[in-house]
Design a protein around this ligand. Sequence first.
Ligand code: HEM
Length: 91
Amino acid sequence: MYTLQEVQKHNKPDDVWIVRHNKVYDVTKYMDDHPGGSSILIEVAGTDATEAFEETGHSEEARDELVKYHIEDLPSEASCNPWNLHARWGQ
Ligand code: HEM
């Protein structure tokens, strides 16, 4: 499981990861195909781009496209929930 620190390293034009709703996407290969352009993706490279993505009002097609670049999940807020931790520790 990746951490945000790991994601932050992928912030170069030839190595672009972004986070959206706790999911990590490697969009390096998508840069040239992105209708919104590559520079906007470079701007948010290595960060949580959830707001930027949602504010743009991306279409269903864009959301389908996104799935192809999903590589990993960040630990979700739920995993910090004490009840989940109790369950994991068997208490
Ligand atoms: C893997 C991630 C992404 C995918 C697959 C994606 C896909 C798309 C697609 C298919 C469009 C065309 C319009 C539509 O169908 O909604 C689009 C437009 C756009 N995207 Fe993204 N996008 C991604 C990430 C982002 C991010 C993180 C930002 C902002 C930082 C962004 C900003 C824009 C903008 C501004 C447009 C509008 C372009 C225009 O209409 O001139 N996109 N994107």
